[in-house]
Design a protein around this ligand. Structure first.
Ligand code: ADP
Length: 480
């Protein structure tokens, strides 16, 4: 099974094509600066060199078209035809309280993602656009949405509620949602596998330290606390985000600097964090280099970053009532022995001790005390591809279910003339409609639930499975 993983942002589309047998990345890349005549395509097919091209890409339709054409390129491509793609997995940023797990994309799911735009106005519209473009360019290929917030749906109310007037939650659903969930879940499961104990029996803290950073406390396989909140601004110090500050600073800075709210928001999200503190860069490699050369300002920035992280680790140990595994992941977590060492100093009394040599070599296990400290590379794309595969396999299983003929006949007899007319009307509007979507819409219209095998049989009886591609296209134009 080949799964295309897409991460559609406002001006970029990241992609990976994964062969699920052997979990092999066939190709990966990114289209950046979408909306400009100088967009950049970076593409790396398996076992070949990276290709970088500049070209005009004015919108997401063109960007995803470019991704598909590149994957099918006669020389650099890894696919002969786009029909080889079995499924598409999308990274979706915000699922609000509606989505607690990955979902097969249907009209109903798209409506839900649309409702969540209010929480992530900079992300969800582009995620949704990616889904819609794929519907056009890859009709009939099932799509799955994997939500960044879903892993944190298990946070208890005392962890996700802010101490604001209750009406803020009731009216506007203002609460902590958490992000990076796919990564936290992936590395925590990997860590449990490594120590050879059931995920559900462990107390784990995962530190995802990249340009955006967050930390999560996981108990019995469930996220119980996480540092990002209603938006990704809360919590740790990040590349350009400030993380926790006194909220009273928002009006104070606005007044002093004569800024409007959008400008303060931008100051906190884009000009703060390590960039704001160092006044030069948010790249940890440079920050560490400058600190090593003696820059007090860069040294202080590192200390602030690590102090905040240490504070959270201590707090989360209290939340968990102990700790079995501490995991570091993402760009900084996986590569910066300095950050890990600075952060964990003085925590020996809690059973957290680093083996300095193993830490310096970025080894997988770097602890020398009772709490296992692990460096686990994250792989969000693989996690998305796995969820997509699992959902597609269970869909296939349902279709392949061998249902005795007499039960199928009994179910088919439930189809009234009106039901059949509804089915035809739905199909005529979209002859490329997937069976599971048809089932969902039909259920809404008729208030009757038909299983997929029964619906498939009914479609066969009506002869709809024999309609040519050309005719389907004509019909789609007429009835849309
Ligand atoms: P994101 O996916 O959030 O953009 P990444 O997980 O790729 O971020 O992490 C980016 C960060 O990782 C940057 O700050 C970068 O400087 C840091 N990083 C990458 N390699 C190293 C390294 N060898 N040492 C220290 N920091 C590193």
């Amino acid at each position: 099974m080949k799964i295309l993983v897409l991460n559609c942002g406002s001006s970029s589309v990241k992609f990976q094509l994964i062969q699920m047998e052997g979990e092999e990345v066939l190709a990966k890349g990114i289209v950046e600066k979408i909306g400009s005549s100088e967009a950049i395509l970076t593409y790396t097919p398996k076992d070949k060199n990276k290709i970088v091209q500049t070209r005009e890409v004015l919108n997401h339709d063109v960007a995803i078209g470019l991704v598909l054409n590149t994957l099918m390129h006669p020389k650099h491509g890894v696919l002969k035809d786009k029909s080889e793609i079995d499924g598409i997995g999308h990274r979706l940023v915000h699922g609000g309280e509606e989505f607690v797990q990955s979902e097969l994309i249907t009209e109903k799911v798209k409506e839900g993602v649309r409702r969540c735009i209010q929480f992530a106005p900079l992300h969800n519209p582009h995620n949704l656009k990616g889904i819609e473009v794929c519907e056009q360019l890859l009709p009939g290929v099932p799509q799955v949405g994997v939500f960044d917030t879903a892993f944190h749906h298990t946070l208890p109310p005392h962890a996700y509620m802010y101490a604001l007037p209750m009406a803020m939650y009731r009216k506007h659903k203002i609460r902590r949602y958490g992000f990076h969930g796919t990564s936290h879940g992936y590395v925590a499961r990997k860590a449990a596998e490594y120590v050879g104990k059931p995920f559900e029996s462990l107390k784990i803290i995962t530190c995802h330290l990249g340009n955006g950073s967050s930390i999560t406390a996981i108990k019995n396989g469930q996220s119980v606390e996480t540092s990002m909140g209603f938006t990704p601004l809360e919590g740790l110090v990040m590349g350009t985000r400030c993380g926790d500050i006194d909220p009273a600073l928002v009006p104070y800075i606005a007044k002093l600097e004569n800024l409007n709210l959008a400008q303060v928001d931008s100051l906190l999200n884009k000009n703060s964090g390590m960039l704001g503190l160092t006044e030069t860069t948010n790249d940890f490699r440079e920050i560490e280099m400058e600190a090593a050369k003696g820059s007090e300002q860069h040294k202080l920035a590192l200390e602030i970053f690590c102090h905040r992280l240490r504070k959270y680790i201590g707090a989360y140990m209290a939340v968990l009532g102990g700790l079995d595994i501490l995991v570091f992941t993402a760009g900084i977590g996986e590569n910066s022995s300095t950050v890990r060492q600075l952060t964990l100093q003085g925590l020996e009394c809690f059973g957290i001790s680093l083996d300095a040599e193993k830490n310096a070599r970025n080894e997988l296990e770097i602890s020398s005390g009772p709490v296992k400290i692990l460096v686990v590379p994250t792989n969000e794309e693989l996690a998305i591809a796995r969820d997509t595969q699992n959902i597609l396999l269970s869909l296939q299983q349902e279709l392949d279910k061998s249902i005795p003929e007499e039960i199928i006949s009994k179910e088919l007899s439930k189809f009234s003339g009106d039901d059949r007319a509804e089915l035809l009307a739905i199909w005529l509007q979209n002859p490329h409609i997937k069976l599971y979507e048809l089932a969902e819409i039909l259920q809404n219209k008729t208030q009757k639930k038909f299983s997929l095998p029964v619906l498939k049989k009914e479609m066969e009886l009506l002869g709809l499975n024999e309609v040519s591609e050309e005719k389907k296209k004509q019909l789609a134009k007429i009835f849309k």
